[in-house]
Design a protein around this ligand. Structure first.
Ligand code: LLP
Length: 424
């Protein structure tokens, strides 16, 4: 469900035509629909209205401060994975006590920063990390709330790069060893082991892996309580998938109906870390066709957005739907097409071997479902300034991140005097 629709023959974001945006902000650009963002956050949040809960938006999927502030205003918190994300979240105005800090490799500086700011809790991924969080907290005279991230060994049936809950993955602690970890944690003076965390992967399109994981962690919570640990929070991570092509993932209300029976009676505050399901279909990347050429039965359409702007197809062979901004273009003859960017890499494509209408120089193409892990994973590879991000609300739009300039590209770089003077 989203608010990118054809109106009067042109693809619009809510009430603003994408061709108008292209004229006014240039291409390529990311555009988000405010109404879609609000709707997705609300639908997820309301699915859990019957239990105490906090939706900690996984800001790795989209870290623009305007979007973070929007969700904070709706009562949301954040799932962060770095000091930089904490900084962004605080700048956006998200209260620190609604922030959970996850990630396999938190540095001492990051742990100290998060403790000083007063985050809600750390999701801890190893025994060494438990000891280290305790040590840093001790130095600062603080007590750190922690949840151990347990790995329930469930196959989420998704892309291997985004499966995290199986034994062979680097994430979390084997659930069978979790009770021993809590015993260790309880003996550390500066820790309050008040939660259990679990996240099994991303772009999960069925309820069953979630249900399987929830059963295992609920049993663990009961065992930990029997061992005398005061578990008050259960963090079930993120991972709910979206429709990129023809997937039919459970709706948030179906997901809630599937998992709540297994956890309701625990009386824990439930934490969730959704990213993609909130923002994925709320954003598109708009790009213009630079050139087209035909080679060996295939048409190469060269667009002005590349893998540096949206890396998902190159990295995961992911499918992102491409739609012409001008509706009538869809009626043109179709050709087997690669939609490729200007970057000097063969992997630089946004669509491959796809039957697409005959795109021509100057056409605008909307790459759909680009709101999650789109701009957030963009880079300056090939010294390409990153595109702007635009937020549409009704018939108004706001540039929430300007296009980078050439000067931005060299920000922070310097030439040592011996090189500047011609030395070697
Ligand atoms: N919580 C944890 C601990 C995570 O590792 C992740 C995602 C999330 C929450 C949010 O998952 P989501 O609800 O968005 O599925 N770059 C990849 C996805 C990587 C996901 C990493 N972890 C992609 O573009 O598909």
């Amino acid at each position: 469900m989203h608010y990118f629709e054809y109106k009067g023959g042109e693809l619009h974001a809510e009430g603003v035509s994408l061709s108008r945006l292209a004229r006014e902000v240039g291409t390529p650009f990311y555009v988000y629909s405010h109404r879609t963002l609000v709707r997705h956050f609300r639908v997820f949040d309301e699915a859990f209205a019957s239990v105490p809960h906090l939706v900690c938006f996984a800001m790795k999927s989209n870290s623009n401060i305007a979007i973070l502030r929007l969700f904070a205003g709706m009562g949301g918190g954040l799932d962060i994975v770095s000091g930089g994300e904490l900084f962004r979240g605080l700048k956006a105005g998200v209260p620190a006590d609604r922030v959970v800090f996850a990630g396999v490799g938190k540095s001492d500086e990051e742990i100290a920063y998060a403790l000083e700011q007063g985050v809600l809790m750390f999701n801890v991924e190893s025994e060494e990390e438990l000891a280290n969080v305790d040590a840093v907290a001790g130095r600062l005279g603080k007590r750190a709330r922690v949840a151990v991230r347990v790995n329930p060994d469930v196959d989420p049936a998704t892309h291997p790069y985004i499966s995290t809950g199986m034994k062979k993955s680097k994430f979390g602690i084997d659930i069978a060893k979790a009770r021993a970890q809590y015993k260790t944690a309880a003996a550390l003076p500066h820790l309050d082991a008040c939660g259990v965390h679990c996240h099994i992967g991303s772009q999960i399109t069925q309820s069953s892996p979630f249900v399987e994981a929830v059963e295992k962690v609920a049993a663990l919570v009961r065992a930990l309580r029997a061992d005398g640990h005061g578990i008050r929070y259960l963090n079930l991570g993120g991972g709910l998938g979206i429709t990129y092509r023809d997937e039919a993932p459970p709706l948030p209300c179906d997901y809630a109906a599937a998992i709540l029976p297994g956890v309701r009676d625990l009386g824990c505050t439930l934490l969730f870390e959704p990213g993609r399901v909130i923002v994925g279909n709320a954003g598109v990347l708009v790009t213009r066709v630079l050139y087209a050429k035909s080679k060996e039965e295939k048409r190469f359409v060269i667009i002005d957005a590349g893998m540096n702007d949206l890396i998902r197809p190159a990295l995961y062979e992911s499918y992102q739907e491409a739609r012409p901004v001008e509706e009538a273009a869809a009626l043109r003859p179709k050709h087997k097409t690669d939609l490729v960017g200007p970057v000097c890499e063969s992997g630089d494509y946004l669509a491959k071997d796809r039957l697409l209408p005959e795109y021509r120089r100057g056409d605008l193409v909307a790459i759909m479902s680009a709101g999650a892990y789109g701009f957030a994973m963009s880079s300056n590879y090939n010294s390409r300034p990153r595109p702007p991000e635009v937020l549409v609300r009704g018939d108004e739009y706001h540039v929430i991140r300007r296009r980078e300039s050439y000067d931005d590209l060299i920000l922070g770089e310097s030439i040592p005097a011996f090189i500047a003077e011609g030395g070697r």
